[in-house]
Design a protein around this ligand. Structure first.
Ligand code: WT7
Length: 650
C-alpha cells in the first residue's frame, strides 16, 4: 500500500496527450478550438447553448435561452416544446438511422436481443399506449423498478412519451427504499419484472414491489415484464402483465408536446441529513446537456458500439445509456448481469463479441478486475476499443494506469468524468482528442461549466489549494429542485458558498487548471461509486430492536473506494455473536439495500462524544482506518472510550 502511494505521487506528473491516430479522426482535436468554444460558452452562454439546442427536434421553438431572474431556480429554453422520447427515437426514423441498431442487449445467461431504432420506436409506442390504457397520463409519476433488460429503457422512454415523470429505483434497493420513494413522489403506477438475473440467481423484484407498495392506495397499476418465469403473486385489478397489456394497443402513439421546463424525471439521491432527495430534472435543458456531452466527451461517431456498464437505476444510466446516446442515435450496448458471472472475464468477452468501441465504467469495477488478474482480459481481443471512460469516484493513478495498459492497450484515451445526480450531465472531463490526461484527474470543465475552487465566502483559491468545488453559473442539465421541497434545494446546494452551487466535494486545481477531486466533505460515503448517507445507515441500524446507538463512518477500501464501518452500541444484555452480526447486516439490507451493508461492524459500550453529546466521527474515521488520531481531542468527553475502541477487534 505504501509503495503504491509513493508510486502514485510519482505518476501524478505523467501526462498522456491523445495519440495522432486518435486525434486525426476525432470530432474536436485542437486546443485552440476547445478554448474558443469554452470561452464562448462562458462569455456568451445564450449564443452557445441556443445554437446547440437548435440541433434537437423542437415541436415549438423556444423564445429565450435562459431565465435566471429567479436564481437559483433556472429556466432553460423558455417557451420551447419538445418530447424526450421523440428526440431519442422519432428523429432517427427519418435521418437514415431507422435500421441502425439502437439497443444491443445481452442477458446474464447469455441470451441476446437487438432493436433497431425503428423497432425500439414501435416498442416504446406500444408501451406508452399500454400505460395510457391503464390511466397513466401527463403529469403523473411512475416508479420503475427493473433489471437491466431492454424493457427498462423502453419503460423510461414510454413515460417520457406520454409526459409522465419516471422515478427509477435501482433494482438493488430494498422494498422499504422503494416504498419511501413511491410515497415521496406520489407515484400512481409501478413498472417492474418477475425477476432479473444477477450472479446466476433470480432477483425477485415483483416480490419486493408487493411488499413495497402494500397499502399505498395511490398505486393503481403494477405492470410486470416477464423475464425469468419466476413465480409471482398477483393482485387482481392492480397487477397487469406487460406482454398482455401491449397485445391490443396500437403501434402509433404521438409524443406529448412537453414544455421545456416540464419534469422529465425524479431520481433519488442521498444527502448528509434527512430522507433521500428526489432530484428533479426537466426536459429541454437536460436533453441539450446530455446530447452535447455524449457527443464530445465520448467523441461519438456513427459506427461506434457504445457500452456504459452502469445500471439505468443511477443517473449515469439515465444520461449515458438512455437519453444522451439515443439523442445522438448511437448503438447502445446493455448487459443485464454481474461483471464476473459466469466468469471473471465476462465484460471482456462481451467487448470482444459485440465489438465495443467505447467503454464507460466505474473505478470500483476497474479495481476489481485489476485484482482478478490480467489473464482474464488477456484471453479476449479488445482491439475494437478506442475510448475508455470512468465515473463515480476518483480513480487512483495505479488503477488508471492498469486500465490504460491492460484494457486500452496503451492506445485508448481515458476520460475521467466528474459529475453528480444533480448536475444531470458530465461537468469536468477531458475531451479525448484535445486534452492531455493526467492519471487521477478529471482535468477541465466541459463547455458552459464555470467550475472553481472556492472558500466559503466565495473567494477563489489559488493553484493546488484544497477547497470547495463549486459551479458559478447555471448550466442546462442542472437540477431544478428537490421534489416537494423548494427550500431544501436552496439550503442544500446554494447556501454554503455565496453565489455558487456546492454539492459536497472538496477538490484542488493544479497549475495547469486541472481539477483533482479530494472526496466528499459531508457525511456521505461513496461506496462503489454511489453516494450513501451515513445518517441513513445509522438510522436503519438503530431501528433494530437490539441496537441502542450507532455511528457510521467511511474507511478507505481497495476495491470499493470507501467501505462502511459501523460502530454499534447494543441494548442491555444483548450478546455479541456472529448471528447478531448477520442479523444486523440483513436488517440494513432490508431497510436500504445490500449495498449499504457495513463492511465492518464494531461493538462498543460507548461512542466517543463531545460534552454536548455530538458523536466525534472524525475520531471514529481514524479508528476505522487504523491510524492514530492526529487532530484535536480536547472536546472528547471520555478519553477511555477511544482507547477501548482501538483495542476492540484487534
Ligand atoms: C458524487 C456524485 C455521476 C454519476 C455517478 C455518481 C463522486 C463522481 C467522480 C469522478 C471523483 C467522482 C463525487 C460526486 N464522483 N464522479 N470522476 N472523480 N469523484 O453520482 O451518486 O450523484 O454521486 O460521486 O463525490 O459528488 P452520485
Amino acid at each position: 500500500m505504501t509503495e503504491s502511494e509513493i508510486e502514485s505521487v510519482l505518476h501524478e506528473d505523467r501526462q498522456f496527450p491523445p495519440s495522432e491516430a486518435f486525434r486525426k479522426l476525432s470530432r474536436l482535436s485542437s486546443e485552440a478550438e476547445y478554448q474558443k468554444l469554452y470561452r464562448e460558452s462562458i462569455d456568451s452562454p445564450e449564443t452557445f447553448w441556443g445554437r446547440v439546442a437548435l440541433e434537437l427536434p423542437w415541436m415549438q421553438d423556444f423564445d429565450q435561452v435562459l431565465d435566471w431572474s429567479n436564481a437559483p431556480f433556472a429556466k432553460w429554453f423558455v417557451g420551447g416544446k419538445l418530447n424526450a422520447s421523440a428526440v431519442c427515437l422519432d428523429q432517427h426514423l427519418s435521418n437514415g438511422r431507422a435500421d441502425k441498431t439502437a439497443i444491443l442487449w445481452e442477458g446474464e445467461p447469455g441470451d441476446t436481443q437487438t432493436y433497431t431504432y425503428k423497432e425500439l420506436h414501435a416498442a416504446v409506442c406500444r408501451f406508452a399506449n399500454a400505460l395510457k390504457a391503464r390511466g397513466v397520463k401527463k403529469g403523473d409519476r411512475v416508479a420503475i423498478y427493473m433489471p437491466m433488460i431492454p424493457e427498462l429503457a423502453m419503460a423510461v422512454l414510454a413515460c417520457a412519451r406520454i409526459g409522465a415523470a419516471h422515478s427509477v429505483v435501482f433494482g438493488g434497493f430494498s422494498a422499504q427504499a422503494l416504498r419511501d420513494r413511491v410515497e415521496d413522489g406520489g407515484c400512481t403506477a409501478v413498472i417492474t419484472a418477475d425477476g432479473g438475473w444477477r450472479r446466476g440467481k433470480v432477483l425477485p423484484l415483483k416480490q419486493e414491489v408487493d411488499a413495497g407498495v402494500e397499502g399505498i392506495d395511490s398505486v393503481h397499476t403494477v405492470m410486470v415484464v416477464r423475464r425469468t418465469e419466476n413465480e409471482v403473486t398477483w393482485k387482481a385489478g392492480r397487477d397487469v402483465w406487460y406482454h398482455e397489456a401491449i397485445q391490443d394497443v396500437s403501434e402509433d402513439c404521438e409524443p406529448e408536446p412537453m414544455d421545456s421546463e416540464d419534469v422529465l424525471f425524479l431520481l433519488y439521491t442521498s444527502g448528509s441529513t434527512g430522507k433521500p432527495k428526489g432530484i428533479v430534472h426537466t426536459t429541454g435543458g437536460y436533453m441539450v446537456g446530455t446530447y452535447l456531452t455524449t457527443q464530445y466527451v465520448f467523441d461519438l461517431q456513427e459506427d461506434d458500439v457504445y457500452w456504459c456498464t452502469a445500471d439505468v437505476g443511477w443517473i449515469t444510466g439515465h444520461s449515458y445509456i438512455v437519453y444522451g446516446p439515443m439523442a445522438n442515435g448511437a448503438t447502445v450496448m446493455m448487459y443485464e448481469g454481474a461483471p464476473t458471472t459466469p466468469h471473471a472475464g465476462r465484460f471482456w468477452e462481451l467487448c470482444e463479441k459485440h465489438k465495443v468501441t467505447i467503454f464507460y465504467t466505474a473505478p470500483t469495477a476497474i479495481r476489481t478486475f485489476m485484482r482478478l488478474g490480467d489473464e482474464h482480459p488477456e484471453r479476449f481481443d479488445l482491439s475494437s476499443l478506442r475510448l475508455l471512460g470512468t465515473v463515480g469516484e476518483a480513480i487512483n493513478p495505479e488503477a488508471w494506469m492498469w486500465y490504460r495498459k491492460v484494457i486500452g492497450g496503451d492506445r485508448c484515451p481515458i476520460v475521467d468524468t466528474w459529475w453528480q445526480t444533480e448536475t444531470g450531465g458530465i461537468m469536468l472531463t477531458p475531451l479525448p482528442g484535445v486534452t492531455a490526461t493526467k492519471p487521477g484527474s478529471a482535468t477541465r470543465p466541459f463547455f458552459g461549466v464555470d467550475a472553481a475552487i472556492l472558500a466559503e465566502d466565495g473567494t477563489e483559491l489559488g493553484p493546488n489549494k484544497g477547497g470547495l468545488l463549486c459551479i458559478r453559473k447555471p448550466w442546462p442539465a442542472m437540477l431544478r429542485g428537490i421534489w416537494g421541497d423548494k427550500q431544501r434545494y436552496v439550503d442544500t446546494y446554494w447556501s454554503d458558498v455565496k453565489g455558487a452551487y456546492f454539492a459536497g466535494d472538496g477538490a484542488r486545481r493544479d497549475e495547469d487548471g486541472y481539477f483533482w477531486i479530494m472526496g466528499r466533505v459531508d457525511d456521505v460515503i461513496n461506496v462503489s461509486g454511489h453516494r450513501l448517507s451515513t445518517m441513513e445507515v445509522e438510522s436503519s441500524l438503530v431501528s433494530h430492536p437490539k441496537v441502542c446507538e450507532a455511528a457510521v463512518v467511511a474507511r478507505p477500501d481497495e476495491i470499493t473506494g470507501q467501505a462502511i464501518c459501523a460502530f454499534v452500541t447494543l441494548g442491555k444484555d444483548v450478546e455479541v455473536t456472529d448471528a447478531l452480526r448477520t442479523e444486523l447486516n440483513a436488517h440494513v439490507a432490508k431497510e436500504i439495500g445490500k449495498l449499504a451493508r457495513p463492511a465492518d461492524m464494531r461493538f462498543t459500550d460507548a461512542l466517543p462524544k463531545t460534552r454536548s453529546g455530538k458523536i466525534m466521527r472524525r475520531l471514529l474515521r481514524d479508528v476505522a482506518a487504523g491510524v492514530e488520531s492526529s487532530g484535536d481531542t480536547s472536546t472528547l468527553e471520555d478519553f477511555t472510550v477511544l482507547a477501548k475502541l482501538r483495542g476492540d477487534g484487534e
